[in-house]
Design a protein around this ligand. Structure first.
Ligand SMILES: Cc1cc2nc3c(=O)[nH]c(=O)nc-3n(C[C@H](O)[C@H](O)[C@H](O)COP(=O)(O)OP(=O)(O)OC[C@H]3O[C@@H](n4cnc5c(N)ncnc54)[C@H](O)[C@@H]3O)c2cc1C
Length: 472
């Protein structure tokens, strides 16, 4: 009789776990609460005034390209496409900082900081292929490339604001702090450099591409691969208790640790319940999708060629904004991540009307409408934007959590990226994936290596489950 697996949740981690288990010959069932698979890797057409394709959550994929969890998805229709400029950071009354896949080209644009940028990011990014096996694995493990990891890891222990002092030009400082701000935590704290260093290093190796036809192309390709391996996927099925779980040899949860506690209840060892009870969630996102006629009129026209745009002003402004958010205050000048995916994937636009995706970092659970503040912040770097806006669609922190239970109070990372949680996940110990209930594993972004559409928590958890299964 073949062995069976249930995966709760069909985000990229759940699908990656399901795929690894199905490829190992298990009979896999995926149960998804939403009416559509994909979790943070979905796309939709939310506007009434134009037919624009928009990524609901994840848009840019420096960590997903080449991820072992996504493997051969190009055989199932996934195609990566790159913008001319990977990321731009506009500044008031100054030229924007521009990030290219090539470290050399980026350094050339950074003037007196060029050599230093190359020194920080050149070595790790040229060896990213090797480094990624350690970075994307369970963090507590025997590294395969200890010296490379140590050389990469030592600076990441520093506060991002301290590392910013390496640079003197406003462009290099802003580019660095803008990337570090993806961590959504105070940039003056230790280890706040980790996520920024990871995405810049991966980005200098892989670029910051988008998925052709929308980020949902990632989950669709995984779905096709799963069907090819005989797995079944049921949408519209919320698991709330053990009674909802089919009997299976292994069960993996692409959910928050909080959901695992409420589903498994008393079946979860009390030590795990305590650890999961202490798990902390981070700030939220407030997203505004904007239909813009003729594109955003950036003051520095080169910004129009970038896929990702960090709208946050100077490095110091971003440090202040992230500190406010972490303290539960709405910043006067929020940090806004802008996506111009259509630059790489023109089919997302409708004639001269283009979809611009913008989300601000805000305090958890914020329940006021800040659409105007987001547009106002963009206007500071793109005067005249407002007159080109033909429609906006907002996703508040509460609507993020209503559409995906993993985004607790709008926390799009499914857990605060504090040093302990980033390194160890929600259950300190040798294995962040085992829940302590035999045969039951956590496989979501709450487990290492953390957030992103790379699927690696799913693959790592599936490997752990297969290892345990094969011992019995
Ligand atoms: C606005 C935004 C922008 C982002 N930008 C990027 C980006 O550019 N690049 C990037 O790499 N990442 C980005 N991310 C983060 C990325 O989307 C997530 O880190 C990633 O989706 C996490 O994958 P996951 O599989 O762990 O969980 P999720 O993708 O959150 O999926 C979890 C799934 O489980 C389902 N589920 C939960 N509980 C249950 C239950 N009890 N029963 C059944 N089903 C359940 C949910 O409905 C959901 O479908 C962004 C996220 C957001 C919201």
């Amino acid at each position: 009789m073949s062995r069976t697996a249930t995966v709760v949740g069909s985000g990229p981690n759940g699908l990656a776990a399901a795929l690894a288990l199905a490829r190992a010959g298990l009979e896999v069932t995926v149960l998804e609460a939403a009416d559509e698979i994909g979790g943070g890797t979905r796309s939709h057409r939310p506007f009434t005034s134009a037919d624009l394709l928009v990524d609901h959550c994840a848009g840019f994929h420096p960590m997903a390209v080449g991820s072992p969890a996504l493997g051969d998805l190009q055989n199932y229709g996934l195609k990566w496409v790159w913008p001319e400029i990977d990321c731009a950071h506009p500044l008031v009354d100054d030229a924007a900082g521009l990030l290219h896949r090539s470290v050399e080209k980026t350094a050339t644009g950074l003037g007196s900081d060029g050599r230093r940028w190359k020194r920080v990011f050149g070595y790790p990014s040229s060896r990213y292929g090797k480094l990624s096996t350690d970075l994307l694995g369970p963090v507590v493990h025997v590294p395969r490339h200890p010296w490379l990891l140590a050389r990469f890891g030592a600076p990441t222990a520093l506060p991002a604001a301290t590392l910013a002092r390496l640079f003197t030009t406003p462009q290099a400082r802003a580019l660095w702090i803008g990337a570090a701000a993806h961590a959504m935590r105070p940039l003056t704290e230790v280890f706040s450099s980790a996520i920024g260093a990871g995405i810049l290093t991966a980005g200098h190796h892989n670029g910051w591409p988008v998925a052709e036809g929308g980020t949902s192309a990632i989950s669709q390709a995984m779905h096709h691969a799963l069907l090819d391996h005989g797995a079944s996927v049921q949408t519209g099925t919320t698991v709330t208790s053990r009674a909802d779980l089919p009997t299976a040899d292994v069960t993996l949860f692409d959910t928050s640790p909080t959901a695992v506690t409420s589903i498994l209840g008393e079946a979860l060892p009390s030590a795990t319940r305590r650890s999961y009870g202490r798990f902390q969630y981070g700030p939220a996102a407030f997203k505004v999708d904007i239909a813009v006629r003729g594109g955003v009129p950036w003051s520095d026209p080169r910004v129009a060629k970038a896929g990702t745009v960090h709208v946050g002003g100077s490095a110091d402004e971003i440090v202040t904004a992230e500190a406010d958010v972490a303290a539960g205050r709405m910043p006067d000048r929020p940090f806004v991540l802008v996506g111009q995916q259509y630059v790489a994937d023109p089919q997302r636009a409708d004639g001269d009307v283009v979809p611009v995706y913008a989300y601000a970092h805000v305090p958890a659970g914020l329940d006021i409408d800040i659409t105007e503040a987001v547009i106002e912040r963009m206007e500071q770097f793109a005067p005249g934007l407002r007159s080109r806006v033909i429609e906006t669609v907002t996703t508040t922190p509460n609507s993020f959590s209503a559409g995906n239970a993993n985004f607790v109070d709008g926390d799009i990372l499914c857990g605060a990226s504090s040093p302990t949680q980033l390194l160890l996940g929600p259950r300190p110990g040798r294995d962040p994936y085992r829940t302590g209930t035999p045969g039951h594993y956590l496989c979501s972004a709450a487990a290492p290596p953390g957030p992103g559409a790379h699927g690696m928590a799913g693959l790592n958890a599936a490997r752990r489950a297969l290892h345990d299964l094969n011992r019995h």
